[in-house]
Structure formats: structure tokens, C-alpha cells
Design a protein around this ligand. Structure first.
Ligand code: AMP
Length: 221
């Protein structure tokens, strides 16, 4: 059995064409079923639905053989910033170029971020992406107090909880609607395929077949 961990929503939807290229069709609609294990047209392949932030954990510890999640989530899980990487049995062979967005610093309209950075005082930054924010500001030489949040980060500068946020930005509409402006582009984000290294050895042929089909579909785009 090959188990693929996916999260509902954008990643699931954008993974379907890649699965199709591998001859895999998911037989349940995650928006309509309460099932967490979805069958496919291939009896030896199943999909498990987990939170995006849990995908690296499932794959690293063997709850799933493969998984798809954002680079942001992988970095927060401890993976390196650049290039293909491996940590503790988790291998990232492919950038799937899906669920693309960027991770940025944003502040309230009218907040003079450049002056705050120049003055060298401490900046309070609220984010779900603590590892990325810490690394970014450390490299920049800016002292920050990080506040961990789990959602609605846009509220933090509006309520005085923080001077700035580090968050994912796609169209920029959410920032605009909340009178926030993007002041730094930290990095581009896309979803990656991750594989359990032990599974890759034990189930080499079927897993390689899926990786090769995905990379073939990407090359044909
Ligand atoms: P937007 O208004 O299009 O800039 O989208 C921003 C909102 O969507 C923020 O709340 C982000 O956290 C979230 N978001 C944007 N892109 C992604 C993505 N690829 N994965 C998860 N959340 C995202």
C-alpha cells in the first residue's frame, strides 16, 4: 500500500492533475465526505487527509509514504531554506510549482517600517512562521520580538499587538482589505513533494513511478 498525505483545499485541487498523470484518480470528494482515508482507482494507493502543517510529521514518521505541502510548512518543520533537502528521513525530491504565493512582511498603512528598521530599535512581529521570520530578521540584523499566532495575523498590527506581521500573500487582497502594506518580500513559496526515505527504499518501484509521473507532468507544462 502507498499512502499519500494531502491537505484539503487548494493543495488537494492542484494535486489532482498530477495524480491523473500518474494514472491515479481519487474516488471521494474531500469536500463532501467525512472520511479521512480516501480510496483511489488503484487499490494499492490511498490518500489521507491531514492538516498541511501535519503533512511533514506524517511522512517523516511513516504515517504516510509521500506528502504534499508548502515550502513554508517544511521550513517551519526544520527543513533548509534552499534547494532539495533531507531531514530525519524526510526527503524533498520535487518542487510541484502549485499553491504558489510569497511570504512577506507587512505593516499598517502609515507605519514607517524603513525608519523603524533604521533606528535599530526592537520590532514586534506577529506570525505563524516563527522560524522563517527569525531567520529573515537575524540575517538582516534587525532585533525582533516574535509573537506566535495561529491565524488572522492581519489583526495584529491593527490592534497594536505587533508592529509587523510575516504572512503568506497571494493576490495581496487580504492585506489591502485590512489597510496593511507589504514592505518586504521574504521568499517565494510553492508546494513540494516529500517522501519518507525508508519507504522509498522499501517500496522503490511504485514510489519512483509516482515521482517520475509527477516530474513528467511538470516538464510537460
Ligand atoms: P491574498 O488575499 O490572495 O493575498 O491571500 C492571503 C491570505 O491567504 C492570507 O491569509 C494567507 O495566509 C492565505 N494564503 C495565500 N496563499 C496561500 C497558500 N499558498 N497556502 C495557504 N494559505 C495561503
Amino acid at each position: 500500500m502507498i499512502t499519500l498525505a494531502l491537505s484539503k483545499g487548494r493543495i488537494f485541487e492542484e494535486t489532482l492533475p498530477l495524480l491523473k498523470a500518474a494514472g491515479i484518480q481519487v474516488l471521494d470528494d474531500p469536500e463532501k465526505t467525512r472520511k479521512l482515508i480516501l480510496t483511489t482507482n488503484q487499490p494499492e494507493v490511498r490518500v489521507v487527509l491531514v492538516r498541511a502543517t501535519d503533512v511533514p510529521t506524517y511522512v517523516q514518521y511513516g504515517g504516510a509514504d509521500l506528502g504534499i505541502t508548502g515550502k513554508d510548512t517544511l521550513i517551519e518543520h526544520g527543513m533548509e531554506w534552499g534547494g532539495a533537502a533531507t531531514i530525519g528521513g524526510l526527503y524533498e525530491p520535487l518542487d510541484l510549482q502549485i499553491a504558489k504565493c510569497r511570504i512577506s512582511v507587512a505593516v499598517r498603512e502609515g507605519f514607517d517600517y524603513a525608519a523603524a528598521v533604521r533606528q535599530g530599535g526592537r520590532l514586534t512581529v506577529a506570525t505563524k512562521y516563527v522560524a522563517i521570520a527569525r531567520e529573515f530578521f537575524a540575517t538582516k540584523g534587525v532585533h525582533v520580538d516574535l509573537i506566535k499566532l495561529y491565524g488572522s495575523m492581519e489583526l495584529a498590527p491593527l490592534t497594536g499587538l505587533a508592529d509587523a506581521i510575516v504572512d503568506l500573500v497571494s493576490t495581496g487582497n487580504t492585506l489591502k482589505a485590512n489597510h496593511l502594506v507589504e514592505v518586504e518580500h521574504i521568499m517565494d513559496i510553492s508546494s513540494r513533494l516529500v517522501v519518507n526515505q525508508a519507504a522509498l527504499k522499501l517500496k522503490q518501484a511504485p514510489i519512483r513511478r509516482i515521482i517520475d509521473a509527477f516530474s513528467g507532468a511538470l516538464a510537460a507544462q
